[in-house]
Ligand binder design. Sequence first.
Ligand SMILES: Cc1cc2nc3c(=O)[nH]c(=O)nc-3n(C[C@H](O)[C@H](O)[C@H](O)COP(=O)(O)OP(=O)(O)OC[C@H]3O[C@@H](n4cnc5c(N)ncnc54)[C@H](O)[C@@H]3O)c2cc1C
Length: 502
Amino acid sequence: MNPRWAKALESALGKERVAVDPASRLLYARDMMSGGLLEEKARHEPHLPQAVCRPASVSHIRGILAVARRHGVPVVPFGAGSGVSGGTNPVRGGIMLDLKSFTRLGPIEERGGRFYVTAESGILGQHLERDLNARGFTLGHFPSSILCATVGGYLACRSAGQLSSKYGKIEDMTDAVEVVLASGEVVPFGGRLKKFPGLRPEDVFIGSEGCLGVFTRARFRVFPLPPATLYRGLSFRRVEDALTAVRQIMQSGLRPAVVRLYDPVDSLLLKHGYKKKNRSRSRSKTGGRADWHYPLLLSRPSLVQKLVERASSEALLILGFEGDAELAREMERQALRHAATLRAKDLGPEPGQHWHDHRYSVSFKMPRLFANGCYVDTIETATTWDNLQALYDGMREALMRRVLVLAHFSHAYPEGCSIYFTVVGKCRGPEEDLKTYGEIWHDAMEVCLGLGATISHHHGIGLLKAKFLPRELGGAMPLFRDIKKGLDPWNILNPGKMGLGS
Ligand SMILES: Cc1cc2nc3c(=O)[nH]c(=O)nc-3n(C[C@H](O)[C@H](O)[C@H](O)COP(=O)(O)OP(=O)(O)OC[C@H]3O[C@@H](n4cnc5c(N)ncnc54)[C@H](O)[C@@H]3O)c2cc1C
């Protein structure tokens, strides 16, 4: 049955921009959170929105919010649904606010020798980068989900791209944001919040996951395309040595664009990938036959883990340098010098080139594992260098009992580094898998919080980590709640997320 407020939406936007049919509502029920796939396998009913709206202008968004305020209906801002924390799941029903009609890109502007561009929030990352490249520029933001994530989603989740060691995370590239508040008020570029005039809107809204306002556009700093890019693969006998090398490189003032250190199990998979590169007739073309053995191996994950790690403790490091050709060569030379003091073996450019050629494909293999009797998820955390080894060891110890654990250290900075764990388990039955999945996340979050590491470097909080956020924020959580109350007293924007209650 159509909600009673559907007519009001149709008159605010036009009938063609409002969908209430069952198929549209089902399409928006879940994002890419692995737990959602497990729920689907267990045939748990998803939460459905009652309507899907596709506004094409700021006044359309204001019209939707006016209906929502009047009728007390939740509104969930929606980019492309590539989130992996349940951030768009409409747990209280309501209206999905799909922003994909917001696709305009402004001209490149120069200010004080720096370059900027204004992009609307519904542009897909890949389209933005393609259009910037055509003008000789790059945003420098390359998340693995670039093909299926929007600018608004980047901002809302504090996204990080594969070149974050050089360009930073999305918040580092953002010069200004335009946001529509729950009240319908528009905060323009350079504007201030009436309720919180001392706070910079960028600091308030970036990372707020649709709970405080709707991004309509942002101004980003962009960079001329680098004339040269060099890649290098290095092999270390132990993860510890490789981590020391990465820390030294980052703290020496060098700025590699790509830093990815794979632990022994992850290195094995990566090496397997680039060694078989030239073998023709890739098996993936045959529908993923190559994955049949995973459930077998994963019957005893800790045994498999021990055997693999006993066979090789090698850790593979991919470095990438870009910019002026001479500068890139010099940075590479100095980085290799640091690595040599830790007995690294230089593997030449091939492993790095292979990584570059496949840099978006790995994540998209996950559904194949689901189809082959396994489940898989990724847990991204970060901490300072002095705490990094403890975090790596602690997470492995907590998780390896139940699942195979792979890790890579990417997003390295002078202060610390992120660790990206991939966990793979064998399906044993839908309800049991859901229970194990919950335990894995619980244990992982406890380790992060216990060690003072962050529970999210770039995937956001959403539903998945909502109950853990108050512990991470500590004394800042009441401030976050006050900001929510001040900006959205109706509690219509994405309720039930980020530990802000229902
Ligand atoms: C295969 C794969 C690989 C991934 N790799 C990366 C990676 O390398 N780096 C990374 O950072 N993330 C990665 N992610 C996670 C995901 O792509 C990011 O979180 C992305 O930023 C989400 O963008 P989206 O447009 O799909 O947002 P959605 O999933 O639609 O929404 C995510 C959150 O943002 C809010 N939101 C969306 N648009 C707006 C808006 N205009 N205004 C206000 N709030 C809004 C939503 O309400 C929700 O809370 C990956 C995901 C997948 C599936």
